[in-house]
Structures are given as structure tokens and as C-alpha cells.
Design a protein around this ligand. Structure first.
Ligand SMILES: Cc1cc2nc3c(=O)[nH]c(=O)nc-3n(C[C@H](O)[C@H](O)[C@H](O)COP(=O)(O)O)c2cc1C
Length: 197
């Protein structure tokens, strides 16, 4: 099984989502006989979809500058990792009611018409099906099932569904800034959810 393990928290060793995504990957390792993990730290190494990348992609390979060639190589590597993955483990802390911009940048790189989705006579069709996604969603407050969570976990569900991924599990650890009485049970519950993966 190929796992693509993504972290996006900017909090390095203090990050809860980083700790929990590690635990998710370890739990899958224990359950599966053969696991290959590709790790991408989106906070350490930021991606960006911008005009320069689009221009580089639109330039014939033989005419690209060294910089453009490197940009296209990176975009292709990001896409290849995504396409090769059977399981995505996505660390998704809530930042300002949404996901970190670094995670959004990765989404911008892998959402490519004709590769991971297309529009047909019946509307959009996801081309990246057959994968499982495990989202580790952390937040300082509590948002699940309320309008304040729409741009966080609900958005990720919509996006992954758009790409054809329907097997989505969400590990939630919310209320992490609300003191130990909320935080400790939230973490225990997240770990219990990981145990059931
Ligand atoms: C820049 C920033 C923005 C945040 N915005 C929110 C927010 O809108 N709502 C919320 O509940 N928590 C918010 N938080 C708190 C984080 O969601 C919380 O600290 C969570 O543990 C982050 O996961 P991490 O520990 O893996 O970084 C924010 C934290 C940061 C650093």
C-alpha cells in the first residue's frame, strides 16, 4: 500500500495534527503487511500555483529555462505522488475557519482538469477515485457540524469527492485551546478513532 502523508501545520514540534498524522500512519503500518510512505511537509516546503508555473507548463520542454524546468518537475512530482497513493493521510489544522494556505496550495497543484477531474455531459467527474483519505482535523475551538466548520472539514470532503475520492475518514481533535477539560478528552477521542481505522 502506498501512503501519501501530508502535514501542513506551521507549529512544528508543537503541532497536534503532526503528532496525530504520525499515529495514523503508524497504525496503518501495524495493520498492513507492506506499506510504502511518501512524506510531504507542506509547511516546510511551500508549493505555489501561480502564473509562472502555468507559463512554464505551457512552454515546450525544450524551450523552458532551468527555473521553469524545475517548476514543472516539482509540479509533476507532486501530482505523481498523489496519483500513486492508495491512502492519503492529511494533517489539516483549522486556520481562520479554513485550512492552512500551504494545504490549499497542494490542492491547487493536484486539482488539474483532464488529470484528476473532468467535466462531461453529466457534469464534473472525479478521475482520482479508488483512494482512501484520512483527514486529521484539529482546531482550537469546536466547529464540527456547525457553519464555522464549513470551510475546513466540509470543504475537504467536497474537494476530495470532486476528485472522485469517496472513502473519507475524519479524525477530529477539536477544542484544543479550551483548556485540559476539553482538550484531553478530545485527544483521547481522536486516538480512539485512529484505533478503529
Ligand atoms: C494562524 C492560526 C489560525 C487559527 N485559526 C483558528 C480558527 O479559526 N479557529 C479555531 O478553532 N482555531 C484556530 N487556530 C488554532 C488551531 O486550529 C489549533 O491550534 C490546532 O491545534 C492547530 O493544529 P496544529 O497544532 O497541528 O497546528 C488557529 C491557529 C493558528 C496558528
Amino acid at each position: 500500500m502506498n501512503i501519501l502523508h501530508l502535514d501542513s501545520s506551521i507549529l512544528a514540534d508543537h503541532s497536534v495534527s503532526r503528532q496525530l498524522t504520525r499515529e495514523v500512519v503508524e497504525s496503518i503500518r501495524l495493520a498492513e503487511s507492506s506499506v510504502h510512505v511518501v512524506y510531504r511537509d507542506l509547511a516546510q516546503h511551500a508549493l505555489q500555483l501561480d502564473g509562472a508555473l502555468l507559463a512554464a507548463k505551457g512552454t515546450p520542454a525544450e524551450n523552458r529555462s532551468a527555473e521553469q524546468a524545475a517548476q514543472v518537475r516539482e509540479a509533476e512530482a507532486v501530482m505523481a505522488e498523489f496519483l500513486a497513493a492508495d491512502t492519503l493521510v492529511i494533517g489539516a489544522p483549522m486556520y481562520n475557519f479554513s485550512i492552512p494556505s500551504q494545504l490549499k496550495a497542494w490542492i491547487d497543484m493536484i486539482s488539474v482538469a483532464g488529470v484528476t477531474f473532468k467535466y462531461g455531459a453529466n457534469g464534473p467527474e472525479g478521475l482520482a477515485g479508488g483512494k482512501r483519505a484520512v483527514i486529521v482535523a484539529t482546531a482550537g475551538g469546536q466547529h464540527a457540524g456547525t457553519p464555522t466548520g464549513i470551510a475546513h472539514v466540509d470543504y475537504l470532503r467536497v474537494l476530495l469527492g470532486f476528485l472522485g475520492i469517496t472513502d473519507i475518514r475524519v479524525i477530529t481533535a477539536e477544542g484544543l485551546a479550551m483548556g485540559p477539560d476539553v482538550r484531553d478528552p478530545a485527544l483521547a477521542q481522536a486516538r480512539q478513532q485512529i484505533g478503529t481505522l
